[in-house]
Design a protein around this ligand. Structure first.
Ligand SMILES: O=C(O)CCC(=O)C(=O)O
Ligand SMILES: [Fe+2]
Length: 250
């Protein structure tokens, strides 16, 4: 999809899909790595919820895996991100999300809005993205989005959720889904017995956003930063630190 189409789709519907942004073989190599990282006991402290066995989020992937770097600074994605957030948009966090067989559906929500006013800003405060590292299907937990919901400018209430009609965004591995932070969405249920859904979730924010309020996000370690190409350094230089406590949760 030419970038202008992607931008218009996101503007209108609240989300867009860029298909085959990296080759499927590259996604396969990433999948192998990410399943290993999730199973490595050394990484358990970086889980969003260590007690959730069926849906795991692993933070700090930027320090553990160089193959995600290309996705973070992917030119097609950045073009869309910068359209909405400005030229100095920056990385919030990159984390991997594993939906295991028989995982229930996640709650429908908007992103990073917990302490925003009830009437959400008109200016976009976040563009989120999820790379399909394995194929995303209706059955295995493809992300659900509610088209047009970013225009409601509110967090979804229980009745909003009951009355809304989420759609599964499916695609081949190597494709990437982008959405406006105000778009109502959630992780789909995995109704299979043996298919594992793996995703790389990369969140971008404008430069005025206060990143310190984000729970679980990890710093980019100085030794990681040194090895990065310049285009990526530009996106992460605000979150370089040795320890999370040095830049978050003041
Ligand atoms: O895992 C998913 O499909 C959705 C994750 C999500 O809600 C998010 O990354 O904000
Ligand atoms: Fe979300």
């Amino acid at each position: 999809m030419p970038q202008q189409d992607a931008i218009e789709h996101l503007e209108t519907f609240g989300y867009c899909l860029i298909e085959d942004a990296i080759p499927a073989m590259q996604a396969d190599a990433m999948a192998e790595k990410y399943f290993q990282l999730h199973q490595d006991p050394a990484n358990r402290d970086a889980f969003q919820d260590p007690n959730d066995e069926l849906y795991q989020t692993l933070f700090g992937v930027v320090n553990l895996d160089e193959t995600c770097w290309e996705c973070i600074a992917h030119p097609q994605v950045l073009q869309v991100v910068r359209h909405f957030l400005g030229d100095n948009a920056r990385l919030g966090e990159a984390c991997t999300k594993w939906v295991k067989p028989r995982a229930p559906q996640g709650g429908i929500h908007s992103d990073s809005t917990h302490d925003l006013p009830a009437r959400l800003p008109e200016t976009p405060w976040m563009i989120n993205s999820i790379w399909m590292i394995t194929d995303f299907t209706v059955e295995n937990g493809a992300t659900l989005v509610v088209p047009f919901s970013h225009r409601a400018r509110r967090r979804p209430s229980a009745s909003d959720i009951a009355e809304s009609h989420p759609v599964s965004v499916c695609g081949r591995r190597g494709s990437v889904l982008l959405w406006h932070g105000g778009t109502w969405h959630g992780q789909g249920a995995n109704r299979t017995d043996n298919q594992h859904r793996m995703a790389l979730n990369i969140a971008y924010y404008p430069p005025w956003w206060n990143l310190m309020r984000e729970g679980g996000h990890q710093p980019v370690l100085p030794e990681t930063f040194e090895r990065m190409p310049e285009a990526l350094q530009r996106l992460v230089r605000h979150k370089v630190a040795k320890r999370r406590a040095d830049i978050y949760e003041f």
